[in-house]
Ligand binder design. Structure first.
Ligand code: EPZ
Length: 439
C-alpha cells in the first residue's frame, strides 16, 4: 500500500501542462466498438481508469496498444459482449460500453454497477434511452442483459431527478450513430466531454447536430470508419490546479486550461479575489491578496460549477475568510471528504445537500484517508497548507484520474512524496520525535 507524505508548501510559481480529459476518453474508447476499423486516440491520460477501460475492450476481443499518450484501438471484428464484474466493479464508467455493444452486436451483458462512495448512481436513464430505440433489458445474476435486433431512431427525453446525465447521453448518442433513422435527445448533457465524443463520432462518419446544447439530433449511418483523434484537455485537472494556486498562493500558468470549459469556476474564483488571465489556450492564475474571500457555490450540470471540483473547492473555502455554503445538486451524497477535512482542523457541518463551511486560519496535518478520486485532490491541497505532516492513504483513488499530480507539485517546489506504508512509518516516527523535542 502506498501513501503520500505532504508538508506545508508554496507558493506555486511556473507552468503546468494539462493532460487529456479522463472523462472524455472513456466513452470515446467505448465508441471505438462501433466500427471494425482501427482508431488512434491521442492525448490520452495515463490513469488507472483508462487502463481499466482498455482491459474491458481487450476482454471483448479488441486489441488495445499504448505508446506514450497515444492509444491504438483495433476492434478487428471482435465478438465479445460481456463486461465482467471484476472490471465493472472497479469503474462505473464501464457502463458506457452498453450502447455501443447493443448497436454493433445486438447484445450486451454488462455487470450491474454497484454502490459508490459518492452516493446512489442509478442507470435508469441509460435504459430509458436505449429502450426507446428498441432494446430490451433484464437483470440476471447481477448482470444487465440487453438485446436489440435492430436499434431504431427515437425522440427521447433524457432528464432525471438531478438533471441531465453525461454517460446516458454518451450511450444513447453512440448507439444512435449507427441506428436506423433519426434520434433526437432532449435534455441532453452539454458537458465538453459529450461534445468531444460527438466530434469523435462525426470524425468517424456520424451525422450529429446540436451537441453542446440540450437537444442533440443524430441521423444514423450504415457504418463508421476508424479515425485519428486528439482528446480535449482535462477541465477538472485544470480546475484543481487553479484551486491549488488559490490555496498555496503563487503565479501559475495552466497550459491547456480552456476558459470556455471553466466559466463557472473562473467566475467563482475571481469572487474569492484570485486573479485569472484568460490567454490563448492557457490560463494564468494568481492569488492577489493574503486571504481568500468566502463565496457560496452550487454544483450543477455544465455550464454550472462542476461537481467534480466540489471537494477541492471545499478545501479552499475551509481556509477562506468568512462562512460559505456549498450546495451539491448533482450527487447529493458526495460529502465523504467533510469528515477528513475536519480531522485536519476544518470547521464544516452538513445540512442536507449543503455544507456550511466556516473558514479557519490554519490546518493541522493528520493521517487521512482519501474516500474517492476528487476528495483525494482536496486532501492533498489541504495537506499542502497544513502545519506538520499529513499522511494520505487511498492514493489509488488519485491514480484513477490525475496523471502525475504529485510529480507536477514537486516540479513547482511543493513538499510531497509517495512512499510505501513502511517508509511512511519511518517518517511518522520522525515527526513524533520532533514534536516531543519541541514540546
Ligand atoms: C459523469 O458520470 C462523470 N464520469 C463523473 O465524473 C461526473 O461527476 C458526472 O458525469 C457528473 O458530471 C465520467 O464521465 C466517466 P451523470 P455519470 O449520469 O455520467 C443521476 C469523476 O470524478 N442519474 O451525469 O455517471 C446521477 O445519480 C466522475 O471523474 C440518474 O438519476 O454521471 C446524478 O445524480 C465521478 N439516472 C446525475 O444523474 C441515470 O440513469 C448526474 O449523473 C444516470 C444518472
Amino acid at each position: 500500500m502506498e501513501k503520500l507524505l505532504i508538508r506545508k508548501s508554496g507558493p506555486l510559481q511556473g507552468t503546468v501542462i494539462i493532460h487529456g480529459a479522463k472523462n472524455a476518453v472513456l466513452p470515446i474508447m467505448a465508441a471505438c466498438l462501433l466500427s471494425d476499423e482501427p482508431s488512434i486516440i491521442e492525448n490520452v491520460p495515463q490513469v488507472t481508469d483508462v487502463m481499466l477501460m482498455s482491459d474491458i475492450l481487450r476482454h471483448l476481443g479488441v486489441t488495445v496498444d499504448f505508446s506514450g499518450d497515444r492509444l491504438t484501438v483495433r476492434p478487428n471484428r471482435y465478438a465479445g459482449t460481456v463486461a465482467p464484474y471484476e472490471l465493472v466493479s472497479r469503474m462505473r464508467a464501464s457502463i458506457c460500453v452498453l450502447g455501443p455493444l447493443l448497436a454493433r452486436q445486438g447484445k450486451a451483458q454488462v455487470s450491474m454497477p454497484g454502490g459508490c462512495v459518492i452516493g446512489l448512481r442509478p442507470i435508469d436513464l441509460h435504459f430509458k434511452g436505449l429502450q426507446a430505440m428498441g432494446a430490451t433489458f433484464a437483470i440476471e445474476h447481477g448482470y444487465i442483459v440487453g438485446t436489440a435486433n435492430e436499434l431504431h431512431g427515437a425522440k427521447i427525453h433524457l432528464a432525471g431527478a438531478f438533471g441531465s446525465s453525461v454517460l446516458a447521453t454518451a450511450n444513447v448518442m453512440s448507439a444512435a450513430a449507427i441506428a436506423d433513422g433519426v434520434t433526437v435527445i432532449e435534455h441532453a448533457a452539454c458537458e465538453p466531454e459529450v461534445v468531444d465524443l460527438a466530434n469523435f463520432l462525426i470524425a468517424m462518419g456520424a451525422r450529429i447536430e446540436g451537441h453542446g446544447s440540450p437537444v442533440i439530433r443524430i441521423e444514423g449511418v450504415e457504418r463508421l470508419h476508424g479515425v485519428r483523434y486528439r482528446i480535449i484537455p482535462d477541465r477538472v485537472e485544470a480546475g484543481t490546479w487553479m484551486m491549488a494556486t488559490a490555496m498555496l498562493g503563487g503565479d501559475l500558468t495552466i497550459e491547456g486550461g480552456q476558459a470556455d470549459h471553466l466559466g463557472a469556476v473562473i467566475d467563482k474564483l475571481c469572487e474569492t479575489t484570485v486573479a485569472i488571465d484568460k490567454l490563448n489556450g492557457s490560463l494564468r492564475v494568481r492569488r492577489s491578496c493574503d486571504s481568500i474571500r468566502a463565496v457560496d457555490v452550487t454544483t450543477l450540470p455544465f455550464p454550472g460549477f462542476p461537481t467534480d471540483l466540489q471537494a477541492p473547492m471545499m478545501a479552499l473555502m475551509a481556509r477562506a475568510r468568512g462562512v460559505s455554503v456549498l450546495t451539491e445538486k448533482v450527487y447529493p451524497e458526495r460529502f465523504m471528504h467533510i469528515a477528513e477535512l475536519n480531522r485536519m482542523g476544518a470547521s464544516i457541518t452538513r445540512e442536507g445537500t449543503s455544507a456550511i463551511i466556516k473558514g479557519v486560519a490554519r490546518f493541522s496535518g493528520a493521517p487521512v484517508t482519501a474516500p474517492d478520486l476528487r476528495a483525494s485532490a482536496a486532501l492533498i491541497l489541504a495537506g499542502l497548507t497544513a502545519e506538520n505532516l499529513t499522511e494520505m492513504v487511498g492514493v489509488e483513488h488519485l491514480d484513477r484520474g490525475y496523471q502525475d499530480f504529485e510529480k507536477g507539485l514537486v516540479r513547482l517546489g511543493a513538499d510531497i512524496r509517495r512512499v510505501t506504508a513502511e517508509e511512511g512509518m519511518v517518517d511518522r516516527d520522525r515527526v513524533t520525535f520532533n514534536v516531543e523535542r519541541y514540546a
